[in-house]
Design a protein around this ligand. Structure first.
Ligand SMILES: *Cc1c(COP(=O)(O)O)cnc(C)c1O
Length: 396
């Protein structure tokens, strides 16, 4: 029996009768179980959990980057450390666990690549056939990864929204469960994102950060994280809810545009002619955008977009300063940190957590655009000394 109800704007609330259990678990989680340490907060039965160690990713204090930005408390939540390299593993662990509890022949997902790869991996583990619809221009790394797990992949001409829309034509005919990471398509998976906030609270010692900076694609990540913080606030575990910042790419910014125009959450308009290298957040119509924008308004947060150039620069900076190689979609958070500090929206005395949603290895050609050629030489002392000397002259 699952005592939680799905609500429109939240995944679900705790029941009053479970209050103490929730408090005990959130304040003293069994880290070895990953997201399933929080099993009572997830809306599925826990008989046959499909898990591969997702969750409890590092929350690193970004000391070098903080010094560079002159901000006191800066942390990065490194979701690239999940089994398939993004936070989507949290969602798919829940979605596939739910799927094997119902009478489905397999699962199907429309994805920009990361959710598809995660679904493919968890479906493989659950011995469930998996169909993945990807946009025609998906980075090769994700295509290879998804095929590697044995999923059946079809490319669709268009955006991630077109991929998700296409599922409706075949879902019932083939008796497949839609595990796309949008709450209107699959409400179970969205609860996986709440575990990110429980972990952050635990890792930071239950002092809620002032700000969470989070990328927005469909909006599920941000709304899930804010839901988790809201639950902890209602339980009295933290004394405030962090202000949520939702960041998009200039070339695909439906939520940021609505925020700038001060539109209501249900007033988001599809973004025409999208174009960005941050493919994981190139959702012309953010299916959970309404919930994300509501969370931003409710927490007195902020939304904005950044250029591809700023994204690549931030991606390199995070790698060089902190040893964390995030993918372009994740790097919007670092680009936005600079922007919001510069504009005085974020104060240097405040504490900020940037959600690094996915691993840079997921899209090598994007990061490769900024790299210089690497010298190739013979195994020869003179040549190696000369070549290295050039590096030193260059840097010193
Ligand atoms: C899916 C994804 C996002 C966006 O998450 P939404 O829930 O769609 O807003 C951001 N970064 C990465 C790496 C992703 O895979």
């Amino acid at each position: 029996m699952i005592p939680y109800k799905f609500k429109n704007d939240e995944v679900y609330y705790y029941a009053e009768s479970n209050k103490q259990e929730w408090i005990d678990i959130i304040t003293n989680p069994n880290q070895g179980k990953g997201i399933w340490a929080y099993a009572p907060m997830l809306p599925v039965e826990t008989k046959n959990i499909v898990s591969m160690g997702e969750g409890f990713t590092p929350l690193t204090k970004a000391i070098n980057l903080a010094e560079l930005c002159n901000i006191k408390g800066l942390y990065v939540k490194n979701e690239g450390m999940n089994p398939t390299g993004t936070f989507k593993d949290r969602c798919q662990s829940v979605a596939i666990t739910k799927a094997i509890q119902s009478d489905v022949k397999g699962v199907i997902i429309g994805s920009a690549g990361n959710a598809g790869a995660a679904a493919a991996a968890y479906a493989a583990k659950a011995k469930l056939p998996c169909f993945v619809f990807l946009p025609a221009h998906t980075p090769k790394e994700r295509l290879v990864q998804t095929l590697q797990y044995g999923a059946k992949v079809i490319k669709i001409e268009g955006s991630v929204n077109d991929c998700i829309d296409t599922i409706a034509f075949v879902k019932d005919e083939f008796k497949l469960e839609n595990v796309s990471t949008a709450n209107c398509m699959n409400p179970y998976q969205g609860s996986g994102c709440k575990t990110i906030s429980y972990e952050i609270a635990y890792q930071i010692g239950f002092k809620a950060p002032d700000w969470i900076i989070c990328p927005i694609g469909g909006g599920g990540l941000l709304s899930g994280i804010s839901c988790g913080f809201k639950e902890m606030y209602n339980l009295g575990i933290i004394d405030k809810i962090p202000r949520m910042v939702g960041i998009q790419a200039d070339g695909c910014a439906a939520v940021a545009t609505a925020f700038r125009k001060n539109l209501p959450p249900d007033g988001i308009v599809r973004f025409d002619g999208y174009q960005t290298l941050a493919v994981s957040i190139a959702d012309p119509y953010p299916l959970d955008g309404e919930f994300a924008l509501k969370a931003i308004y409710d927490t007195n947060g902020y939304s904005d977009s950044v250029s591809d150039k700023e994204i690549l620069k931030a991606q390199k900076e995070l790698s060089e300063q902190e040893g964390v190689f995030g993918e372009p979609a994740s790097s919007v958070t670092i680009a936005a940190l600079h922007k919001l500090l510069g504009q005085g929206i974020i104060n240097q005395q405040e504490t900020v957590v940037c959600i690094i949603s996915g691993n840079g290895l997921k899209d090598l050609s994007a990061a490769g655009q900024l790299l210089q050629d690497v010298p190739v030489i013979k195994k020869d002392k003179k040549q190696v000394v000369e070549t290295m000397a050039k590096y030193f002259n260059h840097d010193l």
